[in-house]
Design a protein around this ligand. Structure first.
Ligand SMILES: O=C(O)C1=C[C@@H](OP(=O)(O)O)[C@@H](O)[C@H](O)C1
Ligand SMILES: C=C(OP(=O)(O)O)C(=O)O
Length: 444
């Protein structure tokens, strides 16, 4: 597992390869970050071993496994296949406290692990990358305080680093109310905490909007798979007392959001890209990709017996007009690359919360689109990307802000804009362990 380093050695900028012919590739995409990290947490909350097959092995999941190990959970990696991990929870369902956890830049670690540190036998200190100090934390920590925990902030209130002091009891019916409009992960974290609480927990979201609803449904679905129960209606979740226990063997779906740069490459360069093991149904927001890709002019087909999604294009991209991306904000940087190369305009709405992602993604996308000659502006809740003739675009050294999706964004632009260099391409390791090799394979 990782050694808690917060950076990777940064090589010189990577020259993104140009697509010299239409694409024709079938890609195997590693496991879903969101599902892997939820299964790890839920397995840790159980009492019996759970084997996860096809788990993502990348920085975000290493950080999660390191965090769980610190809390007294065993994560045993199969010697023959490192994507098979067996999770053995602590014997008495009690996590080890008086310890500290490093969250890197992983939203799922910084928002989900404090929620289960609630059940530790002593205080747990949380820290992360410098950039993580800007990611909002307060709503989930306020929720945990409403369950009886105490939070001591060591820097700015509402942000990392902080120490969580668990409550003295885990009993009784509780009503929590938070504003989760800046990240769905606050609700997901509290649902995970509540899934094993000894009493009925009611969580109310008080804000006017709630992004990434598919990710919240994913949490509800995974808790149900573990025998838990979540009732949901209109910004209110009710979780009765249960002991959660996942099945002993779980297969993790590929990460559909990480499939996005590859299928979008077919739109940009023309040709066809196929994704293997595409699930017929999924709680991942990437399940919305086929409908988004069609808006941009791609032909998308799904072979339900072979589980292959095929995306085909002649390389001509339509702008998508107005597109509400609130359900799938994590795909926005990828679709922004497509929109920046389209022959008409696209306005993405419902993604103001991207200002609190790995970096301020709205600002970063506008800066980088303008850098190579494109045209984009921030709106109050999203981005307007205007069409620019391809011959106006020029290769540049693209900044990536330690953000994996900004790095894949730049690689996508490089498919058709020669001399595009990508700073710190290694940052893709946050969720794709081997992006450069996969990209080269797609183009070969
Ligand atoms: O719960 C999850 O696994 C995630 C929820 C989303 O967070 P936000 O709601 O903060 O966008 C998403 O963007 C992130 O990549 C993963
Ligand atoms: C927002 C993202 O990640 P995180 O889980 O760190 O929030 C993302 O992967 O796009």
């Amino acid at each position: 597992m990782s050694n808690h380093t917060n950076t990777f050695p940064i090589s010189s900028p990577w020259l993104a390869p140009v697509a010299v012919k239409p694409l024709d590739a079938t890609m195997q995409i590693p496991g879903s970050k969101s599902l892997s990290n939820r299964y790890l947490i839920l397995a840790a909350l159980g009492s019996k071993p759970v084997t996860l097959e096809g788990i993502l092995r990348s920085r975000d999941t290493e950080l999660m496994m390191d965090a769980l190990t610190t809390l007294g959970v065993q994560c045993i990696i199969d010697e023959r296949d490192s994507t098979i991990v067996t999770v053995i929870p602590p014997a008495d369902r009690k996590f080890v406290g008086n310890t500290s956890i490093y969250c890197g830049l992983a939203g799922t670690v910084m928002r989900f692990v404090p929620a289960i540190a609630l059940y530790a036998d002593g205080p747990v200190r949380f820290d992360g990358d410098e950039q993580a100090y800007k990611r909002p934390m307060k709503p989930v920590l306020d929720g945990l305080e409403q369950l009886g925990a105490e939070v001591i902030y060591h820097g700015v209130e509402g942000f990392l680093p902080f120490t969580l002091i668990p409550p003295s009891t885990f009993d009784g019916d509780k009503n929590i109310s938070i504003d989760s409009s800046s990240s769905s992960q606050f609700i997901s974290g509290l649902l995970l905490a509540a899934s094993t609480w000894n009493g009925e927990v009611t969580i109310t979201h008080t804000g006017e909007k709630l992004p990434s609803m598919p990710h919240i449904r994913m949490t509800m679905d995974d808790i149900s798979k573990a025998g838990g129960q979540v009732e949901y209606s209109q910004s209110l979740w009710k979780i009765p007392t249960r002991n959660v226990q996942l099945h002993s063997h779980i297969v993790v779906e590929p990460d559909l959001s990480n499939a996005a740069p590859f299928v979008c490459a077919a739109l940009i360069a023309g040709g066809e890209v196929r994704i293997a093991r595409w699930p017929a149904e999924s709680t991942q927001p990437g399940a919305l990709l086929p409908q988004y890709l069609r808006l941009f002019g791609a032909q998308v087909e799904y072979d339900s017996s072979a589980h292959i999604l095929s995306v085909h294009s002649d390389g001509i991209i339509n702008g998508a007009g107005m597109l509400d991306l609130s359900p799938a904000g994590e795909i926005a940087p990828t679709l922004a690359a497509v929109a920046a190369l389209a022959n008409s305009d696209t306005t993405f709405t419902g993604i103001s919360h991207l200002r609190g992602h790995e970096t301020d993604r709205l600002k970063a996308l506008v800066t980088e689109i303008k850098r190579f000659g494109g045209n984009a502006e921030e709106t109050s809740d999203g981005l307007k990307i205007s069409s620019v003739a391809r011959n106006q675009l020029h290769g540049e050294v693209m900044e990536t802000y330690a953000d994996h999706r900004m790095a894949t964004f730049a690689a996508m632009i490089g498919l058709v804009v020669p001399n595009t260099y990508v700073v710190n391409i290694e940052t893709t390791r946050k969720t794709i362990p081997d992006f450069v090799h996969m990209w080269m394979t797609m183009l070969a």
